[in-house]
Design a protein around this ligand. Sequence first.
Ligand code: GLN
Length: 259
Amino acid sequence: MPAPRAVLADVAGRLAAAGCIAAAEEAAELVSAAPDAHTLAAYVARREQGEPLAWITGAVRFCGRRVLVTAGVFVPRPQSEELALRAAALLAAQGPGGWAADLCTGSGAVASHLAAAGGGATVVGVDSEPRAVDCARRNGIPAIVGDVGAPLRSDAFDVVTAVAPYVPTGAIGILPPDVQRYEPRVALDGGPDGLELVRRVVEAGARLLRPGGWLLAEIGGDQDRALAPVLESHGFRAVDVWHDEDGDLRGFAAQTTPG
Ligand code: GLN
């Protein structure tokens, strides 16, 4: 619908009053997603309650592409784009005909980038939540319901990625209140030290990857230290980590021993 400045300013004012940090950008998104004024009013009311913007508009931008996000599915974060970019570069470097598995795929955002920028590789997604698997399929990703990497073939993949839950249970309470209230706990809570699922991702990666293949997963805090011996004991070497512009740890890439 047309977006008169007064409408945008009104929506932005309401969102700012409700505590939205990027109120102007969010207002623009809601206004352009709403087919009419009545729908816009409903969208604004939902956002004022703290419902994720992506669930209301039904999509988010990730690595420059529109990714559909069904209500109830973990919203892909900008912080995960670096992982997707690095994984796509490693995948493309293998040459044509590569294979990648995205574990805990959620909406399939990382998988979508690998499919688009991974040099023509075949990409599959796995998630334990049927709702997420449906969403990933809507994004064009062949996805299956399963536990971590369980449904997939051993020794078959060039790259394995995962944005698994990694928040320590005791730190869930410091996530933004809206995230706690709305987003699926199963996509956030990584157990006592946050690494319960990530350790299982490492184990799955060691099984699924061909010799010389790469595992990339999101982590935070100082989890790289606790994870180092786990990676080593599963035969990974050349472990690299990256940080965001605030200096916070965001992920690691590790290579299995080349055959
Ligand atoms: N700190 C992250 C977030 O809420 C945690 C995401 C996750 O566990 N996958 O954005």
